[in-house]
Design a protein around this ligand. Structure first.
Ligand SMILES: Nc1ncnc2c1ncn2[C@@H]1O[C@H](COP(=O)(O)OP(=O)(O)O)[C@@H](O)[C@H]1O
Ligand SMILES: [Mg+2]
Length: 314
């Protein structure tokens, strides 16, 4: 249960699994009585400037790619968006926060051969500079993950500021990046909570299908709780339609309902179902590098351009 009074951090873990169920699940497409601004949180008050010894630097945009459902395209989005942002000249860090290490492998890094990983960073056994590596195929930096990270869930429970460990680690590298993307695991766990506490915003990839809104409402409830109790900077950046097949009438219907209900919270870019995106990870490459001309790659390049264009408004 959530505490009634502002949370002192000790209750944070309890808050997430208890995220409320969705009113939105009731109605036909699952929209229920959601208002068009159902994804808007109170204006953030993100500090925009930080200094290092040589220059004044805009803080990076730190975005979680989150959806508690598995297999909805979080990792594909994180990896391809990182590569597309890097290609567009943006200094980009990808944080693999999933013990499956799929973003790590998809970035061309063997998760079985890591000396240091995000696990070591979160439990205080390594600094960010020691854990960070460069993706040979994508060009961006990455904090890699492997199964060790599953152990962090348990170890973190007994540590101070357990939900703020990633946030505190990222503070040390603010001046180095324009974008930090966090690939979250498919759960509303302490790892995801670390991601949400570190981020300014959440990008939610979703498929245009019948039950998509049910999961979305649970996620939005959790984001609202983190916003209320732990991270006032957090907001929902937008919904990204992925694995879209325009030949399926239901997908078209859900897509246009998303647009009419959530307006500009729905990104213009739409990622189609495209086999080249699915093939790329087995080559250790982001799709945008594996086959830049493919429709999937083009969609992620367009999405990166849209994010950069709108970044002044986040
Ligand atoms: N647009 C797409 N077209 C085709 N396959 C996709 C697309 N996006 C993701 N996939 C595939 O779907 C599966 C799940 O995607 P993934 O990004 O790993 O989801 P998640 O990280 O949410 O679990 C993977 O096999 C991936 O290659
Ligand atoms: Mg994933």
């Amino acid at each position: 249960m959530l505490p009634e009074t502002p949370c002192n951090g000790k209750h944070a873990f309890c808050a997430i699994p208890g995220a409320g169920s969705a009113k939105a699940a009731d109605a036909v497409m699952g929209f229920g009585d959601w208002a068009p601004d159902g994804l808007n949180l109170q204006a953030s008050h993100r500090a925009t400037l930080s200094t290092d010894s040589t220059r004044l630097t805009i803080m990076p945009h730190i975005f979680c790619v989150a959806n508690q459902k598995g297999g909805v395209g979080k990792t594909t989005t994180s990896v391809n968006l990182s590569a597309a942002l890097h290609q567009a000249g943006q200094r980009t860090l990808l944080v693999d926060l999933d013990p499956q290490g799929n973003a790590t492998m998809g970035s061309g890094i063997d998760k079985h051969k890591l000396d240091r990983s995000i696990y070591h960073l979160l439990v205080g056994l390594a600094g960010l500079g020691e854990a960070r590596v460069k993706s040979p195929s994508g060009g961006y930096d990455i904090l890699p993950a492997n199964r060790d990270l599953a152990g962090a869930e348990i170890e973190l429970v007994n540590l101070e500021r357990r939900e703020k460990r990633l946030r505190e680690a990222l503070v040390t590298t603010m001046a180095d990046y324009d974008f930090v993307l966090i690939d979250c695991p498919p759960s509303l766990s302490l790892l995801t909570l670390n991601g949400l506490c570190a981020a300014h915003g959440v990008i939610i990839p979703m498929q245009c299908e019948y039950y998509a809104m049910e999961g979305l409402a649970d996620l939005v409830n959790s984001i609202k709780k983190v916003h209320a109790h732990l991270n006032r900077d957090l907001k929902i950046i937008g919904l990204l339609r992925v694995m879209f097949d325009p030949r399926v009438t239901l997908q078209q219907q859900v897509s246009s309902q998303l647009e009419s209900h959530f307006g500009d919270k729905v990104f213009r870019a739409v990622v189609p179902r495209n086999v080249r995106l699915a093939e790329a990870p087995s080559h250790g490459m982001p799709g945008v590098r594996y086959d830049p001309a493919s429709r999937g790659a083009q969609a992620y390049l367009a999405f990166a351009a849209e994010l950069i264009e709108r970044s002044g408004t986040f």
